[in-house]
Design a protein around this ligand. Structure first.
Ligand SMILES: Nc1nc2c(c(=O)[nH]1)N[C@H]1C(S)=C(S)[C@@H](COP(=O)(O)O)O[C@H]1N2
Ligand SMILES: [Mo]
Length: 443
């Protein structure tokens, strides 16, 4: 390294240090200097020798034509659901049914990187050749359509930011599936309990445009049956009113083409509605006056109610939130100043506010929402917090623009009866112990 470069490197360090100590970091309480410990003389003495990347040339770029995260982030990956009874320690994937969760606790902002988007499949997944893929629209239409991917892309495209959540998400909040109805495990992380949730920017064509092109009889036909091309040929009934609203056939996600796991080359996106409706690898759309319900519908997710009857199809994912920091499996190094952080979402529209409680639900403080706040999309929230080192029960509660507020788990149990597998949007509690370790405190 030349003298000039050396000086430059040193002055860069100084700038960084000065910023840290004297400002830039706006905080509500205390001076910046109490936020983090200052660098001691030893820290200041650390020179380029400890940093080979500053003294030796690195590899040229271009050796990694499709980039990966830093090697220091290698634990930030999708994971299957942990279990106590499986020798492998997680629910083993089967060809008929497999899933992995998004590492929500390790992400920032609202967009899930494509490689970390949760996966849920009833017949494995396939990497289909888009050149041979067709979407057929038939039934109560003026003319049957058979659209290639090329044909599809000739329709006007739209781009929207939407979350996707499996209606089976958060079932571990009850401790049921993997813990045999026992108490839920204190060791579960946000990913373990709530990871069947992700959010992306989706690009595709409006389903309503395609129906218009086919001349669908939208008065007589109250339903669409949408079918995937995977081996499970997952099919779901979609009410016509919703199909004509904000549904799209998406071919791109976060700027690139869909991943095979997400239904490449094309999937249905039903904003705000349970993941199951969002048919991947779409190959057929039947316009009909009869829903499939119960007879042929595969992977149908029903909600048993107190009356003993079940809701056959609850489409909308109600308002929900979770704190991702501090959350299960993390630990706070020392008492002092932190930013509580989390995500909130609602299938009915925008999040209007999120409250955070630091005392097990007695007192609530409104958190700050990070812009942008978009409809049927994840919203990030934060709240400054000075941890005094005592045991703390921490929870969040979302309210959406319809005025609906996320309930306590107990309220859901009371409303529906003992146990309900799907659509669990109850408030999640984490316990910060006095040694800084954070545990799932549900149950
Ligand atoms: N064709 C097809 N579509 C499907 C599924 C499937 O197994 N096959 N799984 C559904 C379920 S249950 C969910 S939660 C979402 C998951 O989407 P993702 O894997 O992109 O996260 O896709 C839905 N669409
Ligand atoms: Mo799902």
């Amino acid at each position: 390294m030349s003298d000039d470069q050396d000086k430059q490197a040193k002055s860069n360090i100084k700038v960084t240090r000065r910023c840290l100590l004297t400002g830039g970091v706006g905080v509500a309480t205390g001076t910046a200097a109490t936020l983090v410990a200052g660098l001691g003389a030893e820290g200041a003495a650390a020179g380029p020798l400890d940093r080979p990347w500053a003294t030796e040339l690195g590899d040229p770029v271009g050796t990694n034509p499709y980039g990966h995260p830093s090697s220091f982030e290698k634990t930030v990956i999708r994971r299957p659901t942990p279990t106590e009874y499986s020798p492998k320690g997680y629910v083993p994937p089967m060809n008929e049914s497999s899933w992995t969760g998004t590492p929500l606790q390790d992400l920032r902002g609202i967009i899930t990187p494509n490689g970390l988007f949760y996966e849920r499949s009833h017949g494995g997944y396939a990497d289909m050749d888009p050149a041979n893929h067709k979407v057929v629209i038939h039934g109560l239409v003026d003319r049957n359509l058979e659209l290639s991917m090329e044909d599809l892309r000739r329709f006007p495209t739209v781009t929207t930011f939407r979350f996707l959540e499996c209606s089976g998400n958060s079932d571990l909040i009850w401790g049921k599936a993997t813990y045999g109805g026992q108490e839920t495990s204190p060791y579960l992380t946000a990913q373990d309990i709530h990871g069947l949730l992700s959010c992306a920017e989706w690009t595709g064509v409006r389903l309503s445009d395609l129906l218009r092109e086919a001349g669908a009889d939208t008065v007589r036909a109250k339903w669409l049956i949408v079918e995937g091309a995977d081996s499970g040929a997952l099919a779901r009934s979609l009410p016509m009113a919703r199909a004509l609203d904000d549904c799209i056939l998406a071919f791109a996600q976060n700027g690139e083409m869909l991943r095979p796991e997400q239904g490449y080359p094309v999937r249905l996106l039903v904003p705000g509605c349970e993941g199951n409706l969002n048919i991947k690898w779409v190959q057929r759309i039947e316009v009909t006056d009869q829903p499939l319900f119960a007879t042929f519908e595969t992977g149908l997710y029903t909600d048993l109610q107190k009356s003993g009857k079940a809701w056959i199809s609850s489409l909308v994912m109600e308002a929900k939130s979770i704190i991702t920091f501090p959350s299960g499996g993390q630990s706070l190094p020392e008492k002092g100043f932190y930013q509580v952080r989390g995500i909130a979402w609602s299938g009915r529209g925008r999040i209007s506010h999120v409250d955070v409680s630091l005392d097990g639900g007695r007192n609530w403080t409104q958190a700050q929402l990070t812009e942008p706040v978009m409809s049927k999309c994840l919203t990030e929230f934060t709240m400054p917090w000075r941890w005094d080192g005592s045991e703390t029960l921490i929870m969040s509660r979302a309210t959406d623009e319809t005025g609906y507020t996320q309930p306590f788990v107990q309220q859901i149990v009371e409303a529906r009866g003992k146990f309900s597998e799907y659509h669990n949007n109850g408030i999640q509690t984490w316990r910060v112990e006095s040694n800084g370790e954070v545990y799932n405190a549900q149950g």
